[in-house]
Ligand binder design. Structure first.
Ligand code: AGP
Length: 617
């Protein structure tokens, strides 16, 4: 989720680029940089490509620019959210090779093979990033394109044909100083149209100080920006007409892409976040999961622990069902805050999986250090590259959810479930417990998740209505069985932490052991009842609630008509492998919690007493 800004026009560009990046800071980043063509009107031999970049915040970059800002009026800027390669000066964008500079947002899946073939042609590299190879590829193509008005556009078009994966890329070249070229595939880019100037950015807020006239690029678009005009073509070179739009949002609304809160935006980002987390990590023939170069031999794993806090703990509980079902390896899930003080029975040969969005949670960090002292190997699943927990681990698998701004975790949770599903698949195939046929079916359903998430998000209006109906209640109960039990816990936590309404998540089978005493007239009970192994039993729990006057909101598989006579409200979700269903069934609960909190007027993105990352005990 990097921030990109590009400009060509009459203004001094360096300050403009930094200001544009500042308007994209909310996207989260760990390094920043700018590239400027100085003396663009002079002969190419004296034109320079000046690049200033560094790890850290924009204030660090401004410190480096102070008194030595490149002078020019064509440039590009970038704030980097690390995916490949740790945050560092060398990995910061822009990247260059010879006369070409690029900035990039996305993940190039085949960058290692491209890097190898470039090395065989004599290229060498100064960073760990996938982005750097794009500058080398464009430069190579430039050498094959005759001088002319479209030289950089043509070279970029040819170079991009080698890439597989997601990219929003913006390119500068001192050989062609009167144009900026960009291209979009699966990562956003928007053009800003001015008078004698034109801009490009990864998001609208960076454009608003200059223009409200924009063009949103679409899949496979390339665009050429000069001072006078912008031109859009496809990878096939054919001109494409894109509508010009006028932005009416305020700056703050634009940072949320028009959503009222970051949390709602992040709930709706889940299809993209899951797509990015799966990217490059699934093998279809044979069916398998690739863990970014990490191979686990289950025969060498004595015991497997999963440690986490809060929502990440709920994801870990689902992970237990996934790993035990697919790999038949016993899994012990622990609250990190309990594990660290229990003098845990851990030793060498044990594998500890730490799950954390921030990668900075003090209890989780302390717990893995305790496990490490006792000889365990640590594998972390985190959303922030190079944060403390991954840095303490032998290996990490990053969820590519992008920065999660809302304190209540949503897209981080579903991408953690995806990462745990990949781990379970990986272990299942290597333990020999998961057949090719079963693995194929699992991979098929994993691949279907983004589309099914998009479908389940269409229940938003229905959940908003339910939030108005039940938003005044003081207590709510959430019930689920099997892998849906952790989702009952997660749904209850979401409601508690942003609406301040008391809610409890319970294993549906536990109702008769106490909680059923809570049921009385009008108590809302949200029941997770997808068509899985526990469905029939959940129906009887649901009937027990109804018989005592409770109001039942059932989340079930689409096409289920029997529940309509049993429950007061039915939310239908698409069918998917029962072990992946939690990724789908959690979404209505996220939406319900959001709309109840919005109905109550609480501070949804920054709930009282809570921090996004609990770095203290
Ligand atoms: C979840 O909505 C909360 N923000 C909180 O429970 C969070 O999951 C917990 O503090 C763990 O944080 P982490 O994933 O960054 O380790």
């Amino acid at each position: 989720m990097c921030g990109i800004i590009g400009y060509i026009g009459p203004k001094q560009v360096t300050t403009l680029l930094v200001e544009g990046l500042r308007r994209l800071e909310y996207r989260g980043y760990d390094s920043a940089g700018v590239a400027v063509i100085t003396n663009p009107s002079s002969p190419s031999s004296t034109r320079e490509l000046q690049i200033v970049r560094c790890r850290g915040k924009l204030s660090e970059l401004e410190g480096q620019l102070a008194g030595a800002a490149p002078q020019g009026n064509v440039g590009i800027g970038h704030t980097r959210w690390a995916t490949h390669g740790r945050p560092s000066d060398e990995n910061a964008h822009p990247h260059r090779f010879e006369s070409v500079a690029v900035v990039h947002n996305g993940i190039i899946e085949n960058y290692l093979s491209l890097k190898r073939s470039l090395s065989e042609r004599g290229h060498s590299f100064s960073s760990e990033t996938d982005t750097e190879i794009i500058a080398h590829l464009i430069w190579e193509e430039l050498q094959r394109v005759a001088p002319g008005p479209d030289r950089l556009l043509t070279a970029t078009q040819r170079a991009l044909k080698h890439l597989e994966g997601a990219y929003a890329v913006v390119v500068l070249c001192t050989d062609t100083p009167d144009e900026v070229v960009c291209a979009k595939s699966a990562s956003p880019l928007v053009l800003g149209l001015g008078d004698g100037e034109n801009l490009i950015a990864s998001d609208v807020p960076a454009l608003l100080p200059h223009t409200r006239r924009v063009i949103f690029l679409e899949e496979g678009d390339l665009a050429q920006l000069t001072r006078e005009k912008v031109r859009v073509i496809g990878l096939d070179g054919v001109e494409r007409k894109r509508p010009e739009r006028v932005i009416t949002w305020s700056l703050l609304a634009a940072e949320k892409a028009g959503y009222k809160h970051f949390m709602l935006k992040e709930i709706f980002e889940q299809p993209r976040a899951v797509t990015d987390t799966l990217r490059g990590r699934l093998s279809h023939a044979p069916a398998d999961a690739l863990l970014d170069g990490y191979d686990i031999d289950p025969s060498k794993v004595k015991r497997l622990f999963v440690l986490a806090c809060g929502t990440s703990f709920h994801a870990s509980l689902v992970g237990k069902y996934l790993i035990e079902a697919l790999a038949r390896i016993p899994v012990e899930v622990d609250l990190a805050s309990e594990f660290r003080y229990r003098d845990p029975i851990v030793s060498s040969g044990d594998l500890v999986v730490a799950v954390s969005q921030s990668g900075e949670t003090a209890d989780t960090l302390a717990a893995i250090r305790e496990a490490q002292k006792k000889g365990a190997q640590i594998f972390s699943i985190a959303n922030v590259v190079d944060s403390s927990i991954p840095r303490t681990s032998q290996h990490s698998l990053y969820t590519h959810a992008g920065p999660e701004i809302g304190v209540a975790s949503t897209k981080a949770f579903t991408t953690q479930l995806v990462a745990l599903a990949l781990l379970a698949l990986h272990l299942g195939r290597r333990s020999g417990r998961l057949s090719e046929e079963a693995a194929q079916a699992f991979v098929h359903d994993l691949t279907s998740l983004p589309a099914k998430l998009t479908q389940v998000l269409q229940t938003a209006e229905q959940l908003q209505q339910l939030a108005r109906t039940y938003g005044h209640c003081r207590d709510m109960l959430y019930l689920g069985r099997g892998p849906q039990f952790p989702i009952a816990l997660e749904g209850a936590l979401k409601l508690k932490e942003i609406s301040y309404i008391h809610a409890e998540g319970y294993a549906a089978g536990e109702m008769k052991h106490g909680p059923i005493a809570l049921i009385d007239e009008g108590l809302p009970v949200l029941v997770l009842a997808p068509h899985d192994g526990g469905y029939e039993k959940v129906l009887s729990n649901l009937s027990e609630v109804k018989a005592r006057g409770g109001h039942v909101i059932a989340i079930t598989t689409e096409g289920d008509h029997s529940l309509r006579t049993l429950a007061d409200h039915v939310i239908e979700v698409p069918a998917v492998h029962p072990l992946l269903a939690p990724i789908i069934t959690v979404v209505p609960l996220q939406l319900f919690a959001y709309y109840v909190a919005d109905f109550k007027g609480t501070d949804v993105d920054q709930p009282r007493n809570l921090a996004k990352s609990v770095t203290v005990e």
